[in-house]
Structure formats: C-alpha cells, structure tokens
Design a protein around this ligand. Structure first.
Ligand SMILES: NC(=O)C1=CN([C@@H]2O[C@H](COP(=O)(O)OP(=O)(O)OC[C@H]3O[C@@H](n4cnc5c(N)ncnc54)[C@H](O)[C@@H]3O)[C@@H](O)[C@H]2O)C=CC1
Ligand SMILES: O=C(O)[C@H]1O[C@H](OP(=O)(O)OP(=O)(O)OC[C@H]2O[C@@H](n3ccc(=O)[nH]c3=O)[C@H](O)[C@@H]2O)[C@H](O)[C@@H](O)[C@@H]1O
Length: 480
C-alpha cells in the first residue's frame, strides 16, 4: 500500500489529505503535526477548523485510511510521498523582515525528513514558498542523508477557505512542478496518478519546478490585485455617484475580464494574499526589479487605504467623534463560512475604531471571544506561526466585548459595522435593531449585503462601500 504523510495539519494539510484519503482508499494517508492540541482535535468530534463538508469527509475515512498523529518521525520515515504543508509566515526580524518568507518551519521539516529517511522519497512542497525554495530543500536533503534519493516536487494548493472541500473535489487545475530529469519526470507521474483518481488528466498541469512555485505567488497576486482594483474604483464611485455593483457587473460582462472576484469590500484578508504579495515583492527586489516590486506593493497599499477609508467614514459620519460610543461589529472572520481570522480586515478596522476610543461589541457566529481578544492584542505577523507558539492568554481589552447574539451586540449602539458577509446578516430584523439603537442610527456595510433602500426607509443612515452616498454623508470628508 502506498503511504502518504503530510507534515502540517492546518487549513491546507487537513482538508487536502482528507480528500486524497476519500478518493484513494488504497492509499494510507497520515497527517502529522507538532501541535498536540491540533492533532487531538483532528481525532475528536470537534475538528480544529470549520469548513463546510469537511466533517463528513473526515468521518468517512478517519481510522480507515486517514490518520492524524504527533509521531512525526515514524510516519515520515515510513512514507513514500511526504507533503510539507507547514506555515511560511512573513519574517519579523533580520534580512527581509516584513517581506520575505520565514522558512524556519520548512527547513526544520526538511532536516527532519533527511534525518529519519531510510528509503527513497518524493517530497512535495504544498506550502506556498518563494521561487527556488525547492533548490534549497534539495540541498538540505541531499547533504544530510546518505544514499537516499529524494525527488522534490512543487504542488501548490489553490483552495479557498469556506469552499475548500468543493475546491479540492473539483479543482480548476492541479499543478505539479518537478525536475526535467528521468527521475523527476517519474516522480511527477507518480503524484499525477494520485490526483488522476478524481481529477480529469487535462486539468493536471505539469511544469518545471520554478514555474510551479511562481505560478502560486502570481495567482494570489492577480486575485488580490482584482480586489484592490475594484476597491480603488469603489472610492471613485463614492466621489461621483456611480454604483460599484453596476460598474463591476458591466466590467465583468466582458468575457476577457469575467464576473468573479469583483465584489468591493472593506478590504481583502486571509492568511495568504498579503503574505504572498510581500514575498513576491521581496523576490523582485532581490532580483533587481524594483519597478515590478513597486507595482505589486500598491495592491497592498490600496487594501490598507480601503480599511482606513472605512474607519474614516465611520468617524466623520458620527460628528467626527466616536469616543465612548458603542459600535457593533458584525462579523470578524476574514470571509463567510470560516472561523479563520488571519489578517482579517476586521482587525485593522477594530484597531482603528479603538484608536478613536470607541467601545466595540463584536459578534461573529464562528469566532470565540478568546480568539478575538488575542487577534486584537497580537503583534503584526506573529499570528502566522504554529498555534502553540502564539501567545495563549489574550490580554482583555477593556473597550471590547464579544457577544453571542446579534441583538445584544447592537443594543444601545450608535453604529453597526458589517465586516463579514455571513448569510445570516442578510436576514436580520433591522427594525428591531433600529428600535434598540441610539439615534441617529448608522449602518456601515463593508460587504454590500444589506438592502440600502429598506434600511433607509426604517430610518438608518447607511454607508455601503462604493454605493451612491446617503445625503447625510455627502458633504462630509471621505478621508479626514
Ligand atoms: N490557508 C489557506 O487557505 C491556504 C494556505 N496555503 C499555504 O499552505 C501553507 C500552510 O497554510 P495553513 O494550512 O493555512 O497553515 P496552518 O497554520 O493552518 O497549518 C500549518 C501547520 O503546520 C504545523 N507545523 C509547523 N512546523 C511544523 C513541523 N516542523 N513539523 C510538523 N508540523 C509543523 C503547525 O503546527 C500548523 O498546525 C502556507 O504556506 C500557506 O501559504 C496555500 C493555499 C491555501
Ligand atoms: O493561497 C491561499 O491562501 C488562497 O488564497 C485565496 O483564498 P482565501 O484567502 O481562502 O479566500 P478568498 O475567497 O480568495 O478571499 C480572500 C479575501 O478577499 C475578499 N474578497 C474576495 C472576493 C471579492 O470579490 N472581494 C473580496 O473582498 C474576501 O472577503 C477575503 O477577505 C485564494 O482564493 C485561493 O485560491 C488561495 O489558495
């Protein structure tokens, strides 16, 4: 029986391996991690991540051909194919700090593979890594083990959170990069055969190593760029009376542009877009391409601008002061259908509002109070290290309360900010919310999900990103 081991039981390692196990019952798949609590959760009824459809897949395979274990060395030693899906955060210190990828976890995984391997192995980069990482990994593996043949493949993951299972079951493409040597081609074929159990072969792309590594960074940069483009236009819409939904629709009808990923928002979040663009910027700078680096830097600048623009709208609408005012925050996750808050725009928006001395009352159906407190007190970039290395006891922030009920969160509030597009927010009883709020009552919709006309009829003053401005907001400064 072919044995696969995946190092890193996170948002990528867990779901990806669960789907491989489901589709390849004749392969034994073990996911290993240094975090005992994470592995315990994977082996329990309460999985460590919330992802629609995941529980079902795990339940079908766990204990049959899908296993979760902390015995990293044993399972790596026994495997034919080793996936590495560990964190690749942004460096916080030293050369390239704030931009370059921190490959500490990757390197320690590679050294461990070299130490415990007694047989030839295919080592697969699943984590998103800088171009040429495979070369460094090859060196570590070959210099630290004798007589063992390692083939390194790059097989970046394109799943999005909230739709991970669907994305894994029917991917747009699977990308496999490898060495163009007979051994490299054989290794590519072996991995291709795993995916071919459920992915049409024409959707499995095989390239050289560097193309595969760079394609992942480029794909994320293009996706983030689309959001920054639409968000940049949303600012112009507010200034001119155009409506971003109408503009996006018209632009997206051009088949060369396409309709997806054109929703204006309070900004993009998630663990990867910013990290991967910063990484791309760093690689460009290291390769003597400052113009290219600056081009991509602006995608992040517009994203930061969008978040500050949102905070400024809140402050300027409410008589230029929110000091001591209760503001309800609906949604803290970086998008709907996930409990993940890594780089969520809610963190920057909440910090901006707290900087203006507002009192926040936060509600998210999937994010716990501890988690929110920790996110609001953690240093930039620290969040993307293995969970057990992150600060455990969050510092309580006096001006923040976390509620488990929307109507409690909004009661007596002066304003409501919608920061995640959870479906349940579309069905709220806004009349009830309005009746219990301070007057005038404001709604700031960072996701364009509310019915603006209906809310204005109730009496709310409404701001929606990129939509024609409420008469109340028209003469107020957009960017104080
Ligand atoms: N989250 C996402 O949607 C996507 C993430 N990626 C990339 O995949 C990689 C992993 O991302 P996530 O799964 O989100 O991260 P994660 O933080 O959820 O999981 C990584 C896991 O690796 C473990 N780990 C770290 N070093 C280890 C070691 N030496 N031995 C054993 N376990 C170790 C950590 O304890 C953690 O549980 C990153 O490079 C990311 O850029 C790619 C596509 C999508
Ligand atoms: O490398 C990764 O980590 C992954 O990053 C993204 O996936 P993810 O971050 O999970 O979620 P997205 O659906 O891409 O959303 C990212 C952010 O952009 C925002 N967004 C998305 C689409 C849109 O039109 N407008 C918009 O503001 C979302 O709300 C969210 O905050 C990519 O979509 C995946 O292909 C990639 O594998």
């Amino acid at each position: 029986m072919v044995k696969i081991c995946c190092i890193g039981a996170g948002y990528v390692g867990g779901p990806t391996m669960a789907v491989i196990a489901l589709k390849c019952p004749f392969i034994e798949v073990t996911v290993v991690d240094i975090s005992v609590s994470r592995i315990n959760a994977w082996n329990s009824e309460q999985l460590p991540i919330y992802e629609p459809g995941l529980e079902d897949v795990v339940k079908q395979c766990r204990g049959k051909n899908l296993f979760f274990s902390c015995d990293v060395e044993k399972h790596v030693g026994e495997a034919d194919i080793v996936f590495v899906s560990v964190n690749t955060p942004t460096k916080t210190q030293g050369l390239g700090a704030g931009k370059a990828a921190d490959l500490t976890y990757w390197e320690s995984a590679a050294r461990m593979i070299a130490d415990v391997s007694k047989s030839d192995k295919i080592v697969v980069e699943k984590s998103t890594v800088p171009v040429k990482t495979a070369e460094a990994i090859e060196k570590i593996l070959t210099h630290n083990s004798e007589g063992i043949n390692f083939q390194i493949l790059s097989n970046p993951e394109f799943l999005a959170e909230g739709t991970a299972i669907q994305d894994l079951l029917t991917p747009d493409r699977v990308l496999i990069g490898g060495r163009e040597t007979p051994e490299g081609i054989k290794a590519i074929e072996k991995l291709k055969n795993v995916y071919a159990n459920w992915v049409p072969v024409e959707s499995i792309l095989c390239t050289n190593l560097w193309s595969a590594e760079l394609s992942k960074l480029a794909a994320n940069a293009f996706l983030a760029q689309r959001i920054s483009s639409v968000n940049a236009i949303s600012a112009l819409c507010e200034a001119t009376g155009a409506d971003i939904s109408e503009v996006s629709h018209s632009v997206g009808m051009d088949s060369r542009i396409g309709p997806k990923f054109l929703n204006a928002s309070v900004g993009f979040g998630g663990s990867c877009f910013q990290k991967d663009i910063l990484n791309l910027v760093y690689i460009c700078e290291c390769n003597g391409l400052p113009e290219v680096a600056n081009y991509w830097k602006h995608v992040i600048r517009i994203n930061d601008y969008q978040k500050s623009r949102f905070v400024n709208r809140v402050v300027s609408s409410m008589f230029n002061t929110i000091s001591g005012k209760k503001i309800a925050i609906l949604g803290f996750a970086f998008k709907k259908d996930t409990g993940d808050t890594r780089e969520t725009p809610a963190i920057d928006v909440c910090k901006g509002l707290l900087g203006e001395k507002a009192k926040l009352s936060i509600y998210d159906p999937q994010v716990s109070a501890d988690h929110i407190e920790r996110d609001l007190s953690i240093e930039k970039f620290d969040w993307d290290h293995p969970a057990h290395l992150q600060p455990m006891s969050p510092t309580a922030i006096k001006q923040v309360s976390v509620e488990w009920d929307v109507y409690e969160a909004t009661k007596d509030a002066h304003g409501v900010c919608i920061l995640t597009e959870w479906d349940e927010f579309k069905k709220l009883d806004f009349q009830r919310i309005y009746d219990d709020m301070q007057k005038p009552s404001f709604v700031f919709d960072g996701r364009n999900i509310v019915d603006v006309v209906q809310l204005r009829r109730i009496g709310f003053i409404v701001y929606s990103v990129g939509k024609p401005l409420d008469p109340w907001l028209k003469d107020l400064p957009a960017f104080a």
